[in-house]
Design a protein around this ligand. Structure first.
Ligand code: TXA
Ligand code: MG
Length: 326
């Protein structure tokens, strides 16, 4: 076990220190525009094994590999025209593509699957780190397996803090929800494995064909994404979801209510909100942050208002349902 991790502010010397730790097969929590990642050198078996171990993640759950740019990413997989088109539009950014892997992509990272999940993140510190290192970084979300993903350095420090070498501080993550995972192995039938900040309609308008949605199987097999497990992203506190608009709820002892927007009529210290005015980007950014905060406040249960099921709301409701599943 390491001593408490360094939280390194995003300076040139911090980037160099992180790069050096990663070159030596250490793990560093890194900021991305989605959530914090638990990063290790994707080409080092030792580093990748540590990622699974520290996260408590079964070896059958494949990791996403992060690259400095699209041409490097596509040298690890069989790309196709649809993938290239999406990359030129959405990368760097919160889109992960699943494609057939090439032999250079390590089997441990892909959990023995023939496919690999790749992404080029946009967060400036993460980009600078990838460029400096010139190595691909395998990085799942930097939370213990099954728990809520971290969107601030303190979230990582309080869960995995003693098990990693450093945390690179990029402040709060812009989107606050994990990337959209899109299976593009069959480019005529693109399939969303995990909804995220990039919506299916945006992908459809780029590709000019319809995008499918994978069904959750509820089972953790090598063919399934953990993002598809029906229970995931769960805090310890029990969660009950109520329909959008149904916030006229009288709270019992030990309960807290989380609404979409700041309520004008309800007055209680146990009412929290995801945004001032229901703006989806604000709600997405604050969801995991608020769940982590409330989980430390010893409520017995949280009653959470669903968001409108459209655009970014699809990904927010997806995470809410999984957090609530028992
Ligand atoms: O925003 C994100 O994607 C963050 C940041 C750090 O990049 N990462 C993240 O990683 O959320 P993780 O490991 O928590 O989730 C990765 C998802 C899982 O649902 C995993 O099963 C899926 O991607 N995945 C990875 N490789 C896959 C593959 N070859 N086929 C299908 N799904 C895959
Ligand atoms: Mg995760």
């Amino acid at each position: 076990m390491n001593p408490a991790p360094h939280i390194l502010e995003g300076s040139e010397s911090a980037l160099e220190e992180c790069a050096e730790l990663l070159r030596r097969d250490q793990l560093v929590a890194v900021p991305t525009e989605t959530v914090y990642g638990l990063a290790g050198n994707a080409l080092s078996e030792c580093a990748v094994r540590k990622i699974f171990e520290v996260k408590g993640r079964p070896l059958i759950d494949p990791l996403i590999t992060h690259f400095k740019d699209a041409s490097t990413a596509f040298s690890y997989v069989h790309a196709n025209a649809a993938a290239e088109k999406l990359a030129s539009h959405f990368w760097p950014g919160p889109l992960t593509m699943v494609l057939e892997k090439l032999p250079i992509m390590p089997d441990l990272v892909t959990a023995g699957l023939k496919s690999a999940a790749i992404r080029v993140p946009r967060q400036p510190l993460m980009r600078a780190l990838l460029q400096k290192l010139d190595l691909p970084l395998a990085a799942p979300s930097a939370n213990p397996f099954g728990y809520v993903s971290p969107t601030r350095p303190e979230h990582v420090a309080s869960t995995l803090g003693t098990k990693i070498a450093a945390i690179l501080d990029g402040g709060i993550c812009e989107h606050g929800l994990e990337s959209t995972v899109l299976d593009l192995r069959f480019p005529d039938r693109p399939t969303i494995l995990r909804p995220g900040p990039i919506c299916s309609s945006e992908i459809e308008s780029m590709l000019g064909c319809s995008v499918h949605k994978a069904e959750a199987t509820g089972q953790n097999t090598a063919q399934t994404s953990p993002g598809q497990l029906s229970k995931h992203y769960s805090p310890s506190t029990k969660i009950r979801i109520v329909e959008h608009g149904r916030t006229d709820i009288s709270l019992s002892e030990g309960e807290a209510l989380v609404t979409n927007r700041k309520p004008t009529t309800i007055r209680s210290e146990h009412v929290y909100w995801l945004s001032e005015d229901g703006n989806p980007a604000d709600m997405s950014r604050s969801l995991f942050d608020l769940l982590q905060k409330l989980d430390r406040m010893n409520y017995e249960s949280l009653i959470i208002e669903a968001v409108p099921e459209e655009g970014l709301g699809i990904a927010i409701n997806d995470r809410l349902r999984r957090a609530a599943a028992s």
